[in-house]
Design a protein around this ligand. Structure first.
Ligand SMILES: Cc1cc2nc3c(=O)[nH]c(=O)nc-3n(C[C@H](O)[C@H](O)[C@H](O)COP(=O)(O)O)c2cc1C
Length: 206
């Protein structure tokens, strides 16, 4: 009897009847990228610490110029503080609804110790904006993969949006709030937009 069961299980596994076959990696990645959409309203459901850490882990996996990784994150979950942190920000109602608000911060400088030794030198980091775009997108994709909703809201380069949280959250002088991403469980049924447009592609030359 036991031998019969084992044989049946082996055959089932061989023909993929033991459960859904895992989708190839490319399919999973494309499905994630193509299903991401901006979500601007959220239910009351909170995020777990594990979900928050997953989002941060994805964000920190982003590429960056010379691998400088200029990013830091301020994670906010207390909506009663947001009037004081984001005064006048037109996205404030989204922040207040969200289970968590991620303030993605960039150090605009890089500190290097000269090769021959000596005092560390502080100079501008030429790629921090590019790096922070990649970080923000990674966080959005991770939110999508967890069944959460999120939207990229602009902070830098608008002084009226980045200076108040910079001061309220106590960021160091060289650090700027680059983007602000509210995350929560979607309250609506937003769908991804189909942006595929072959006319945007030029082969060989424009
Ligand atoms: C740099 C940047 C700034 C944005 N700022 C805001 C914003 O302040 N508020 C907002 O609701 N959406 C903002 N968005 C989201 C865009 O409106 C959204 O990505 C666009 O309409 C395309 O829709 P999709 O994200 O659903 O594909 C921003 C997106 C980017 C990339």
């Amino acid at each position: 009897m036991m031998k019969k069961i084992l044989t049946l299980l082996a055959v089932a596994a061989l023909f993929g009847c033991a459960g859904p076959a895992p989708a190839p990696k490319a399919d999973i990645v494309m499905e994630n990228i193509l299903s991401r959409k901006s979500v601007r309203s959220y239910t009351d459901q909170k995020l777990t610490e594990e979900q928050i850490n997953t989002l941060l882990r994805a964000a920190m996996a982003a590429p960056s110029g010379s691998n400088i990784q200029p990013w830091s994150f301020v994670v906010l979950t207390d909506a009663s503080e947001y009037d004081a942190i984001f005064p006048g920000n037109f996205n404030l109602d989204k922040f207040k609804q969200a289970a968590a608000v991620f303030v993605l911060c960039a150090d605009t400088t890089v500190t290097r110790t000269p090769r021959g030794g000596g005092e560390p030198v502080v100079r501008p980091n030429g790629t921090w904006r590019d790096d922070m775009g990649a970080v923000t997108e990674n966080l959005l994709l991770a939110a999508e993969s967890l069944g959460l909703g999120a939207v990229w809201t602009a902070s830098y380069p608008y002084k009226d949006r980045y200076l108040p949280p910079k001061q309220a959250l106590g960021l160091p002088d060289t650090v700027i709030p680059y983007s602000i991403v509210p995350v929560g469980y979607p309250a609506g049924d937003e769908q991804p937009k189909d942006k595929w447009d072959p006319a945007r592609v030029h082969y060989g030359r424009w």
